[in-house]
Design a protein around this ligand. Structure first.
Ligand code: C5P
Length: 407
């Protein structure tokens, strides 16, 4: 339970706005103070009177209202908050935010804000899946904003199903808790610790122009690096080929193949904590060639002779001289998630395993992740959230874990 933290709640104009009344109540139950800002469109879905009654009068809506500007002003509004929650975050509002527009109190407040921002998108599945919306979501998460949901299931309109439903009030609150928990440990729960992280895919050459790869984007590993760095750790991030920039202050070692990744990991040891989130190729091509392979006219394709790659996670888990005090592996599973991942934790010899369900279409390369944390003590299901929230929570759990506390 946080000691009286304040949430600035920005209410967007979508059908899910009715859920924010419940959100305000539940947030107050958990001891949060609420100040609300409504967009003009939000007033079409929920009345200012109900919001202001629940928020005990702390409701603002108009950038150009002299009284409101005198009372708080859009700059002070964000200063008073510990976190900003946008619910529902509509496609239009996220588009404005992605471009830095500030033509009403809600958007101006966000532009003037330096606190963590949590977006809870809620919209029609077609709008959510539209390339413009997806582009904006990527921009917003790259800008460091957190995302909870949207969830899949039935929508309010036309019995339509798909991904677009706003997360439930308690799920949004859990995300708020975990972001603020991370902000609390920001100083400096992992200071003096070396955290070694692997991320991204590996590329296994067939010839100089072709390779075997997978769809990993590296986003989850880079988000973990950012969270660990914010918690005061010194961070080495060993990454396969990805299009991401490393968070400031993190030592990035770029590699291509699994064997190079293993070498870079060995070079980076010792580490206090190892988090192996890379999607390392299980096999490489034993008969790769230095020259580009050509069609020989026979119509018979060349046979690829595959051989197994070193298992870096298992190597780090079993490394006796330099074994980190906590080794965390990842497991991407398409079926029997918990059962397979529980076995994998034992087989690899790691302490924790983060299992993610990649049967859903938007995990590999996407901005959100739905994971289970598997430890010796059991399995915890985490709600679907942005990769940064998953990273923040993982680092908070690591900082609070027994091996770290006793050291
Ligand atoms: O066996 P699987 O690939 O499912 O295991 C996933 C976990 O093992 C991830 O943590 C991944 O980074 C790690 N791994 C590894 N080296 C490999 C294969 C997987 O470090 N060659």
């Amino acid at each position: 339970m946080p000691d009286k933290k304040n949430i600035l709640l920005i209410i967007g104009g979508g059908i899910a706005a009715y859920k924010v009344l419940e959100f305000i109540r539940r947030a107050q139950d958990r001891g949060y103070g609420i100040t609300a800002v409504m967009t003009k469109a939000a007033e079409e879905f929920v009345t200012p009177l109900s919001v202001s009654t629940l928020a005990k009068g702390k409701l603002y809506s108009n950038l150009f209202d002299r009284q409101e500007e005198m009372d708080v002003g859009h700059i002070r509004l964000s200063r008073l908050a510990d976190i900003v929650v946008v619910a529902p975050a509509t496609a239009n509002f996220m588009a404005k935010l992605a471009h830095g527009l500030a033509d009403d109190l809600a958007s101006a407040t966000l532009l003037a804000n330096d606190k963590p921002i949590l977006l809870a998108p809620g919209m029609n599945p077609k709008m959510w899946n539209h390339p413009a919306t997806q582009r904006n979501v990527t921009q917003l998460t790259d800008d460091g904003m957190h995302l909870i949901g949207p969830m899949s299931g039935e929508m309010a309109e036309d019995n339509e199903a798909g991904t677009g439903r706003m997360a439930e009030p308690l799920q949004i609150l859990d995300a708020v808790d975990s972001i603020l928990q991370q902000t609390n440990i920001e100083d400096r729960a992992l200071s003096g610790k070396h955290v070694l992280i692997t991320a991204g895919p590996t590329h296994e050459p067939i010839d100089p122009v072709r390779y075997i790869a997978n769809r990993s984007s590296g986003k989850q590993g880079f988000a973990i690096a950012r969270a660990a760095q914010r918690a005061g750790a010194s961070v080495t991030l060993v990454s396969g080929p990805v299009k991401l920039e490393p968070p400031q202050g993190v030592t990035l070692v770029r590699v291509e193949t699994a064997r190079q990744m293993k070498q870079a990991v060995e070079d980076a040891l010792p580490a206090d904590i190892a988090i192996m989130s890379a999607a390392v190729a299980d096999w490489r091509v034993a008969n790769s060639t230095d020259k580009k392979q050509k069609k020989d006219g026979s119509g018979t394709p060349p046979a690829l002779d595959l051989t197994e790659n070193p298992d870096i996670l298992r190597f780090v888990s079993q490394e006796t001289e330099h074994r980190p005090m906590l080794v965390v592996g990842f497991a991407a599973e398409t079926n029997d998630l918990v059962e397979n991942a529980t076995k994998k934790r034992k087989r690899k010899g790691c302490d924790w395993l983060v299992a993610n369900d990649v049967s859903q279409e938007d995990v590999m390369g996407g901005d959100t992740n739905t994971v289970h944390l598997i430890t010796e003590d059991g399995v915890t299901a985490w709600p679907k959230a942005s990769k940064q929230i998953v990273a923040d929570r993982l680092i908070a759990e690591i900082a609070a874990s027994a091996p770290l506390r006793n050291n």
